[in-house]
Design a protein around this ligand. Structure first.
Ligand code: XMP
Length: 478
């Protein structure tokens, strides 16, 4: 990457900068590969944050199916983490994980999990017996206490897994039969579900998979306790990428935890963070990490900058860290502060191999937790920072009250925030479509066919606040 004009003397955020178009011979967005090439199995440069309100197994599976990586949070008890990793590994790759209800469940039960929108559906099972499939869009006009079994009418159709070995074939079959959603059965047994949109997506994205073709998943551990035992347990469960994570990654305890983990020669990429300086990167690479997570304070749930003045504007933090990582043969994940597809493109232009997204993914159908309705009827999910009093409470609830009260004094994050479901893009997959299409287009403007070429070719300018405002379309409905 290079700046157009003088290299600015002060640090920059994503909003401070823009990408300058340059002469390009890349004709189509589909000529672009977004694979991060950082040793992970990801095929798109997006990872979901290891936050309890962001990454659960369901989101991790959906993300991996489209080529990203979910990072399960270190706050999950080890047993739960183990179960979550194994669950992801057992999910269908070509088809979606079906959302299953019994025929006596009601419309109200469904809309706490999936809103009545296009592109989604539920599968009705009576024990092991397939009963039918209902596109959730149809529930928009049904009464909340209506029984799903009573709404079936002619919806018993299903697709046979043997007939739909490719997304294209599934799409064509569904289009011919005017089916928007269907269960997928093999020898009468439920093995997945598919929507027309999902079938189409599986022709456009390559899943992130392990050597056995199962969906890939990452998991985080902290720096305290027996980190070797935790790392070994996660490897045993099948984790593909291990993240050693703490808010201030440039500290002795991180370096020694990282050394202990890398001594094990786990054979998978080890990510460590968070840092925002070249020397922080060098120290963590020296201790054994091959990917460094960068970002202090840009996160939507962070209060660190206001509480402590510590942090660094994210574009410059990524730029400096990525330059050092490249020198060391390592990579950088840009973590936090992503609000628009442009931010992802800018993080990649600064040299990141992948971009970590937290709050933006939290309010999606696949995010953890139930959908709630606010007094005006809008759907939302609750989200909170990992250093907030809520997270501290969950993490340390078992401490004696004095120790617990001391921990609570030092919370640094927002405890509860409503993240509204975007009616236009209710699923993480809708967000992935929007982000990857924006970023693919950024690559074509820069004349880059790969992330490595984008790192080379991107030209960045610095803009005024008015310049940033000018770029916003009206009406704004993100
Ligand atoms: P976004 O903006 O995508 O950022 O929500 C996700 C990242 O924010 C960090 N994070 C926190 N930082 N206090 C903090 O100072 C917190 O409570 C907190 N929770 C999350 C974290 O790096 C995450 O990946």
């Amino acid at each position: 990457m290079r700046f157009i004009g003088e290299v600015p003397a002060h640090d920059l955020t994503y909003s401070d900068v823009f990408l300058v178009p340059s002469r390009s011979d890349v004709v189509s967005r589909l000529d672009v590969s977004l694979a991060p090439d950082d040793g992970t199995p990801a095929t798109i440069p997006l990872v979901s944050a290891n936050m309890n309100s962001v990454t659960g197994p369901r989101l991790a599976a959906s993300l991996a199916r489209r080529g990203g990586l979910g990072v399960l949070p270190q706050d999950m008890p080890l047993q739960e983490l183990d179960a979550a990793i194994r669950w992801v590994k057992n999910q269908p790759v070509l088809w979606d994980t079906p959302t299953v209800f019994g025929p006596n469940a009601t419309v109200a039960d469904v809309v706490e999990e999936i809103p009545a929108v296009e592109g989604h559906g539920v599968v009705l099972m009576d024990g092991d017996e397939y009963v039918g499939s209902i596109p959730t869009k149809r529930l928009a006009t049904a009464l909340p206490d209506a029984r799903l079994g009573d709404l079936l009418r002619g919806s018993q159709a299903s697709l046979d897994a043997e007939d739909i070995q490719t997304g294209r074939r599934a799409f064509d079959l569904m289009a011919d039969a005017s089916l928007s959603f269907s269960a997928v059965l093999r020898h009468g047994k439920l093995v997945g579900s598919v929507s027309q949109r999902g079938a189409l997506r599986s022709t456009l994205y390559a899943p992130a998979v392990d050597n056995d073709g199962r969906l890939a998943v990452a998991a985080a551990i902290g720096i305290n306790g027996d980190v070797q035992a935790k790392a070994k347990a996660l490897i045993g469960a099948g984790v593909d990428v291990l993240v050693v994570d703490t808010a201030h990654g440039h500290q002795e305890a991180m370096v020694s935890a990282l050394r202990r983990v890398s001594e094990l020669n786990l054979g998978i990429p080890i990510v460590a963070g968070n840092v925002v300086t070249a020397v922080g990167v060098a120290d963590l690479v020296d201790a054994g990490a091959s990917i460094i997570k960068v970002g202090v304070g840009p996160g939507a749930m962070c209060t660190t900058r206001m509480m402590t003045a510590v942090g660094r504007p994210q574009f410059s933090a990524v730029l400096e860290a990525a330059a050092e990582a490249a020198e060391q043969g390592a990579h950088v994940w840009a973590d936090g502060g992503i609000r628009y597809p442009r931010d992802v493109a800018l993080a990649l232009s600064a040299g990141a191999s992948s971009v970590m997204v937290g709050s933006w993914f939290a309010g999606t159908i696949e995010g953890p937790g139930r959908l709630r309705t606010d007094p005006s009827g809008k759907l939302y999910k609750e989200s909170w920072g990992m250093a907030s009093t809520k997270a501290v409470q969950e993490r340390f609830g078992r401490l004696d009250s004095y120790e617990f009260a001391r921990k609570m004094l030092f919370a640094e994050g927002i405890s509860s925030s409503k993240i509204y479901l975007d009616p236009e893009r209710p699923s993480i997959e809708d967000l992935l479509d929007m982000i990857t299409s924006g970023v693919r287009s950024s690559f074509t403007y820069a004349g880059a066919r790969s992330v490595a070429e984008f790192h080379e070719r991107a030209i960045v300018g610095v803009q005024s606040a008015a310049g940033y405002e000018e770029g916003k379309a009206l009406p704004v409905s993100w």
